[in-house]
Design a protein around this ligand. Structure first.
Ligand code: GLV
Ligand code: MN
Ligand code: MN
Ligand code: MN
Length: 429
């Protein structure tokens, strides 16, 4: 190797093959449980395994050496000329929630691989190694756990413990599901997934904004300064059930109505925070037995709430808990479970990475602005073990988590160039 002057990497040298990248995005989208334009790709299912194979193949074609950990986080390494230094990493996820789009996460995996191709074509040689990471299950779809792969990499003992007993809604255990996809082969070896602090010199994730600001303002690049604090809660009510005709209204303990009332209480407490930054969603509401002529004897809700202010979000959680108890009491149902699955703090981007992203944007003549990420990302957890930064690109009307999600090849290519130049800068440090 030889010391590389990154200033030689002027904008002309960084040529992204946008057409090929779009082809890859479209091809990956076909590995889905639901028809185009929607994408559904759930952890350790057949389509997830096929999609993983595709990613490993593209990493191989980019000349990366590929390894996988015990839960299927995939790493592709371009070795630097000083391979003993902590590497610089980039990556995202390719799992997709039911009926979502083809860009969420995918842009940050395929785009990161293309950033390597771009750097190679420019003649660049990294000093620190560059790792491209495909994280396992950023989405909580199957096991109710968000950022499963990165959370475990960040050394979450709580998650490690939870994974011993976690099952999906078909009662398939996490470990059995992982084994069926070829992972978790050795018993109790999941601590091997943990990363030591200092394993990476920097981590940078490229992602669609999932909000309307960049498109509205006609700005090419969002530079993320902080990621909002997410939490999720599972709630179960149990009531008497019974015949929908025969049990008269005064004699009911309707678990379904308790759930409906709690869903409205979530909205009320969120609005009462007084800040536009507080949000809350009941995205899952299941009734048992789910028959038109049977009073619900059980109900199940899953609540997502987030804020850029952790304390304010925690206040909402407390109020929702109080409401769940008072609603149960008033309706004569049992609050069988109120389980806070995660209550994560926000993450702050690293100053020197922010600076690197700003100068990369400027050198590439791309308009940019500092912004907050309201969605969570694997970066939220990578920030616990590494300095972190994120690059946002505009997406159509800010749409995400639905089939209409779209980002233009031009915007994606701009993001890949900023990522490539940022990785180049960080790898020379
Ligand atoms: C995950 O994708 C989230 O931000 O909800
Ligand atoms: Mn998502
Ligand atoms: Mn995502
Ligand atoms: Mn996300």
């Amino acid at each position: 190797g030889y010391p590389f002057d990154e200033t030689q990497l002027h904008s002309q040298a960084l040529i992204v093959d946008g057409e090929n990248l779009q082809k890859q995005i479209d091809e990956l989208a076909t590995f889905s449980d639901t028809p185009v334009p929607s994408v559904t790709r759930v952890l350790y299912t057949e389509n997830d395994v096929i999609a993983r194979r595709y990613i490993k193949m593209l990493m191989g074609l980019a000349g990366l050496s590929v390894r996988e950990d015990a839960v299927g986080n995939i790493f592709g390494r371009w070795e630097g000329y000083e391979p003993n230094l902590a590497p610089v990493a980039s990556g995202s996820h390719i799992d997709a929630i039911p009926y979502s789009g083809k860009y969420d996460g995918v842009v940050g995996v395929l785009g990161a691989i293309e950033s390597i191709n771009t750097l190679r074509r420019s003649g660049f040689k990294p000093r620190r190694s560059l790792d491209i990471i495909m994280f396992t299950s950023e989405e909580p779809t199957r096991f109710g756990i968000s950022c499963l792969g990165s959370r475990l990499m960040a050394g979450s003992e709580i998650l490690l413990k939870a994974l011993e007993t976690t099952v999906d809604n078909q009662n398939i255990s996490f470990v059995d599901a992982a084994r069926s996809a070829g992972y978790a082969q050795e018993k109790n070896d999941l601590t091997s997934v943990f990363l030591k602090k200092g394993s990476y010199a920097a981590f940078v994730e490229l992602h669609i904004e999932q909000g309307p600001i960049l498109e509205d303002e006609g700005i090419s690049i969002g530079i993320v300064t902080a990621i909002a604090a997410p939490a999720s809660i599972k709630v179960d009510f149990e009531g008497g059930g019974g015949h929908a005709g025969a049990v008269l209204m005064p004699y009911r303990n309707d678990a379904g109505l308790a759930a409906a009332q709690l869903a409205l209480a979530v909205e009320k407490h969120v609005l009462e925070s007084g800040s536009i930054d507080t949000v809350g969603t009941v995205g899952i509401l299941d009734l048992h037995p789910g028959a038109i002529n049977s009073i619900p004897s059980k109900s199940h809700l899953e609540i997502d709430t987030r804020d850029i202010d952790e304390e304010r979000r925690n206040k909402v959680i407390k109020k929702v808990h109080d409401s769940a108890e008072s609603i149960a009491k008033a309706r004569g149902v049992r609050l069988a479970e109120f389980n806070i699955i995660n209550q994560d703090p926000p993450a702050i981007s690293d100053d020197s990475i922010v600076k690197a992203m700003i100068s990369a944007s400027e050198e590439l003549n791309l308009s940019h602005k500092l912004m907050i990420s309201r969605a969570y990302h694997d970066s939220l957890f990578m920030a616990r073990v590494s300095p972190m930064g994120m690059i946002f690109i505009p997406c159509f009307k800010g749409y995400s988590h639905k089939p209409e999600e779209h980002a233009s090849v031009q915007d994606i290519s701009n993001g890949v160039r900023v990522l490539a130049l940022t990785l180049a800068k960080l790898s020379q440090k």
